[in-house]
Ligand binder design. Structure first.
Ligand SMILES: [Zn+2]
Length: 60
């Protein structure tokens, strides 16, 4: 599983995404940025910032 914690990019936000592959986590994170943080234009470096913060999570 891959995991992205929005708080690593937007301090104070507790939202996180989990998915089997990085692309899905990034897709959900971008969607969250749009809806929760009002980012109507997703810049290329934001996607990079998200990718850098996606981490592996062991299945429990
Ligand atoms: Zn957020």
């Amino acid at each position: 599983m891959k995991r992205f914690d929005c708080g690593t990019l937007v301090p104070g936000c507790t939202w996180h995404a989990r998915a089997e592959d990085q692309a899905e986590v990034v897709r959900r994170a971008v969607e969250h940025m749009r809806t929760a943080h009002g980012e109507t234009i997703i810049r290329e470096n934001m996607v990079d910032n998200i990718k850098e913060r996606v981490k592996d999570e062991e299945n429990v």
